[in-house]
Ligand binder design. Structure first.
Ligand code: CO
Length: 134
């Protein structure tokens, strides 16, 4: 059911420092910072030949990344995103398999302007999973 790895998201306490690390030490191609207030993050996209990494810094009060950084102040992997062709069919299949879909179970428009859902990390070996319809 899942397709390509769309991105790995890493929560970071200092976006400029993390961007510099990926650009200078790792030699990656990085985007300009993009504030996404509706998601409570500022994001930098790291373009890789076969996928993307997203560096997420908290933006505003109540950012989901802010809570994450309280328990992991140095930053860390926040979620992994897999592509699916039909997000509603994927959701219904996962619910039938006993997985918990976060929120109200309705897809939201994600950082790339496409419908996304998140799955409970406790149901996926400790990893927050995002599904994106492509
Ligand atoms: Co994501």
């Amino acid at each position: 059911m899942i397709g390509r790895l769309n991105h790995v998201a890493i929560a970071v306490p200092d976006l400029a420092a993390a961007t510099g690390l990926y650009r200078d030490a790792l030699g990656a191609s990085v985007s300009k910072p993009q504030p996404l207030p509706e998601h409570g993050v500022t994001v930098v996209f790291v373009e890789l030949p076969n996928s993307k990494v997203e560096l997420l810094e908290p933006l505003g009060e109540g950012s989901p990344i802010g809570k994450f950084l309280e328990s992991s102040p140095a930053g860390g992997m926040h979620h992994i995103c897999y592509e699916v062709e039909d997000i509603l069919a994927a959701r219904d299949h996962l619910k039938a398999e006993g997985a918990r879909v976060l929120g109200d179970g309705q897809p939201k428009i994600g950082a790339h302007g496409k419908p996304v859902l998140f799955l409970h990390p406790k149901d996926f070996v400790g990893t927050l999973v995002e599904l994106e319809q492509v």
